[in-house]
Design a protein around this ligand. Structure first.
Ligand code: FAD
Length: 392
């Protein structure tokens, strides 16, 4: 059975043939390999690590790069990959986002030739897993306040501090870690698994992104050689530019989640009967909910497509990326809530996908800049007045 797609504005025609082919391959893989099992994995709280080689075989890691034999996909094709993965599960898309936008991107952008030669091919093949450590227990929306320190001692750096909520943290072979040096400059380090003084702990008790690993990283006098510092990275703008890459993928991915909950709701509404022999889809209130979802998804599809084309032309701005991330996550969150309502009691069980998406989207709405942070980024752009700090 062909996967259902919502395409009220014929956006399909805006994609190139190659973009459609890439999308269709991932779509088919998600249908066959993810959807039949994802509820079980999420229930167990297990990331399906065994699928990494399959994702690597489809060239999903670092797909927009063309060096090291990578496919050099357009940003729209990459976005469609993210959409399809998150139609499956936000945890799966998170894995690919981190590996590509938060680990391969900084190594490609600020890494030395030796660092690139060592890590990019392994990360691309899924032989190595990466994570990105920026957030700390006391510094989430305001990462510039970070306490993790890197002190230069001879030809090494000594790291001390803690990172929190790090996707892939305890399964990563390499952690891209951001820390302040003695001058207060934020620098990036590649900390390898097994380095003495580097420990990871899994965050337990997550109701959200259950099929994804989230961890704390702890550094206690952790010695990292100068050769593992990203030589081109200095300042907060570096981790923030990684976030811009990841947020771009999330803007597409969240619409995948919205498509999943929309189609689940539409199917359910057409079959569930109440008050006689008519399906609940024949009630105006139910139709209004479906129309709201379809309308917002359609606007989102056009927004991310345009953003992708601008990104390919090198004209996308971080403000546009914030706007799209903010919009898509909000739409997906509202769609998940409406779909849950349409499912009645069935909306709370894992026989249907809506509760899983609803719980997942709470993380996606929060990470990579909360909805509020993106509001403030847009607010500053429109008014010229930054409103992040409370007035004194
Ligand atoms: P806080 O910053 O404490 O915010 C709490 C609330 O206050 C929010 O509603 C926020 O919007 C609001 N708020 C804060 N400041 C303001 C303000 N100035 N004005 C108005 N409202 C404000 N981080 C990583 O570095 N790497 C990862 O791989 C990673 N993966 C994650 C995976 C998951 C599952 C989750 C949940 C988080 C992950 N994060 C990761 C962390 C994530 O980026 C942070 O949680 C996020 O930035 C928000 O920070 P916080 O949780 O500390 O919330």
């Amino acid at each position: 059975m062909a996967t259902q797609t919502l395409d009220l504005y014929l956006v399909e025609e805006l994609y190139t043939e190659e973009e459609r082919m890439v999308r269709d391959a991932v779509r088919e893989w998600v249908d066959e390999r993810i959807l039949p099992h994802i509820e079980e994995w999420a229930w167990e709280g297990r990331f399906p690590r065994e699928l990494i080689p399959e994702m690597a075989a489809m060239n999903l890691f670092g797909a927009t790069f063309s060096e090291y034999g990578l496919p050099g996909l357009s940003n729209v094709a990459y976005g469609l990959v993210m959409q399809e993965l998150e139609r499956g599960d936000s945890g799966l898309r998170s894995f690919v986002s981190v590996q590509s936008a938060l680990v391969m991107y900084p190594i490609m952008t600020w890494g030395s030739k030796e660092q690139k030669d060592k890590w990019i091919p392994r990360l691309a093949k899924g032989e190595a897993i990466g994570c990105f450590g920026l957030t700390e227990p006391d510094f989430g929306s305001n990462p510039g306040g970070m306490r993790t320190r890197a002190r230069r001692v001879g030809n090494d750096w000594v790291l001390n501090g803690e990172k929190a909520w790090i996707t892939n943290g305890s399964i990563a072979d390499v952690a891209v870690v951001w820390a302040k040096d003695d001058e207060g400059v934020i620098r990036g380090f590649l900390v390898e698994k097994g380095t003495p003084g580097f420990e990871t702990f899994e965050h337990k008790g997550k109701y959200s992104l259950r099929a994804s690993v989230t961890s704390q990283l702890a550094f206690t006098d952790c010695k990292v050689p100068e050769a593992n510092r990203l030589p081109g990275a200095a300042g907060l703008k570096c981790p923030l530019s990684c976030l811009t890459q990841a947020r771009y993928g999330i803007a597409w991915g969240a619409l995948g989640s919205a498509l999943a909950t929309f189609h689940a709701a539409l199917d359910y509404a057409k079959t569930r009967k109440q008050f006689g022999d008519a399906p609940i889809a024949s009630h105006q209130i139910i139709q209004e909910r479906l129309v709201w979802m379809a309308n917002e998804i359609t606007k989102g599809q056009l927004m991310v497509w345009r953003l992708g084309r601008l990104k390919d032309e090198g004209r996308a701005t971080f403000v546009q990326v914030s706007q799209a991330k903010r919009n898509s996550c909000w739409v997906a969150r509202e769609c998940a809530k409406l779909a849950r309502e349409i499912h009645g009691a069935n909306g709370v069980v894992n026989e249907y996908p809506v509760m899983r998406h609803l719980m997942n989207i709470e993380s996606v709405y929060t990470y990579e800049g909360t909805h509020d942070m993106h509001t403030l980024i847009l607010g500053e752009f429109l008014t010229g007045i930054p409103a992040f700090m409370p007035p004194r």
